[in-house]
Design a protein around this ligand. Structure first.
Ligand code: AMP
Ligand code: GLY
Length: 443
């Protein structure tokens, strides 16, 4: 495919952006990007039913795995910057392919995405760079797993090595359960993603999410966030993709964040360089704040969901330039983000049954919403033939609000939630309990 039609693009102003992905994360990225006056169009492949409610946004129906068709379309649309949202296309090398075709891409190549798509590789990476993380064993067989499980003096966590849509982590209560988890992974519960199992020492403490935008050498941190992984209030029930979040996380004082930068962020970037990995995208550090200091639970090669929906409304209109600078390798790292002194919170409305089986295709009714510093990003929705909004996923809607303080943020978010209804709607009522001063009074 000829790239002549794009040869002058590095001198061209940013106008047309493409986002790949179909969740609340991608809709929130689109929303933050379109705020910039220079941006004419934000295309989403495939996006969801909420995408076209966002100013300047348009969905494109095309198969991202059909290389020729994809490139033809991107040239036709005069795409200036591509942002890849989810981990699967990154792990499949989509960013490498698009860069070879001379597009500016925000998202790591396959080598960088390995931080997420191989947990054992990520653990070895951390060991090489002396980055604090829990002890681990990479195991190839059930016999090997059994030996380690029954000789370990500390409780263990069991993980499938590869991508498993957030479902490949088990936190067993006993050694027998631990072995059962390893067995289910080796028996193919996650297909090839379970050819290897990682056993990890179980550690304890609150979790925080940190996002570093990287241009290959330098990085810029976004406001920190805290996710709520468990399905039910009081952090009970099964793990989910995330039931809500808030940003920033006051748990991380400036000093503590400096420590994280010193012990974790910078050693990670240096190790990527040492391994000749030109990482142009976001690194998501999933950290646990233990009594021995911060430890990495996991790396992801993408923005977190719902952390992204929570953080994006805090971005100023220059956000898209940060993405472009990462893609071009010319970030200074000193860029300022003007959050207008606001904090943000997000509550996820899910389908009944999530994270297990759930129905889709249920009509969604949205009443009068306070849209002042509040957004609704569709996570899993579709449109019926006559244009009615329907549920189309486990996580259905992300309800996000900003204000100067967290009490107001969540008051507004829950007020808006009362205006939303679909059969079986479920959400946690205690999102942000850590930062809501009036929380105990209300509940
Ligand atoms: P991950 O998909 O690796 O983020 O794991 C999902 C969740 O499992 C994390 O958010 C933690 O709550 C928990 N988890 C993962 N690894 C550990 C560990 N080594 N110790 C304790 N909890 C863990
Ligand atoms: N919110 C957790 C994740 O995106 O993996």
């Amino acid at each position: 495919m000829s790239i002549n039609s794009k040869s002058s693009k590095s001198f061209k102003r940013l106008e047309n952006i493409l986002i790949i992905g179909n969740g609340g994360r991608e809709n929130s990225l689109a929303w933050a990007i379109q705020k910039n006056k220079l941006i004419k169009k934000v295309y989403l492949i495939p996006g969801n039913a909420g995408s076209e409610r966002i100013n300047k946004c348009e969905r494109i129906k095309i198969d991202i795995n059909n290389n020729n068709e994809l490139i033809e379309k991107l040239v036709f649309l005069k795409i200036d910057l591509i942002v890849i949202g989810p981990e699967t296309p990154l792990a499949n090398g989509l960013a490498d392919f698009l860069r070879k075709e001379d597009f500016k891409v925000f998202g790591p190549g396959k080598d960088g995405a390995k931080l997420e798509y191989s947990k054992s590789w990520a653990k070895e990476f951390m060991r090489d760079a002396n980055i604090p993380t829990s002890n681990f064993w990479k195991v190839n067989s059930l016999e090997e797993a059994k030996k380690i499980i029954y000789s370990s003096s500390t409780p263990l966590v069991v993980k499938a090595d590869g991508l498993a849509s957030g479902k490949g982590v088990f936190i067993p209560d006993s050694k027998d359960e631990c072995l059962k988890a390893a067995e289910s992974i080796f028996n193919g519960k996650f297909g090839n993603s379970g050819n290897l199992v990682v056993l990890e020492e179980k550690i304890q403490g609150p979790e925080v999410s940190i996002f570093a935008l990287c241009d290959g050498e330098r990085y810029k941190l976004l406001p920190t966030a805290q996710d709520h992984k468990r399905l039910n209030e009081h952090d009970k029930g099964p793990n989910t993709g995330g039931m809500g979040a808030y940003s920033p996380a006051p748990l991380l004082t400036e000093d503590y964040l400096e420590r994280i930068v010193r012990e974790i962020i910078e050693p990670t970037i240096n190790e990527l360089n040492k391994k000749n990995i030109d990482y142009k995208g976001v690194i998501y550090f999933g950290l646990m704040i233990t009594k021995f200091g911060p430890k990495v639970i996991e790396y992801n090669c993408r923005f977190g969901d719902p952390e992204c929906q929570t953080i994006m409304p805090l971005m100023d209109q220059n956000f898209v330039f940060l993405l472009e600078k990462c893609a071009m390798g010319n970030l200074s790292g000193d860029e300022k983000i003007d959050t207008s002194g606001k904090v943000s919170g997000c509550v996820i409305a899910t389908s009944k049954g999530y994270p297990q089986e759930y129905k889709t295709g249920l009509p969604i009714n949205i009443g009068k919403i306070d849209s002042n510093d509040c957004q609704i990003f569709d996570s899993g929705t579709s449109l019926s033939k006559n244009g009615e909004l329907l549920t189309d996923g486990g996580r259905v809607l992300s309800i996000v609000c900003q204000h100067k303080d967290f009490d107001m943020v969540f008051e507004k978010a829950y007020k808006n939630l009362r205006q939303i209804n679909f059969d079986g709607i479920y959400f946690r009522k205690d999102i942000g309990h850590q930062v809501r001063k009036n929380f105990s009074k209300e509940n």
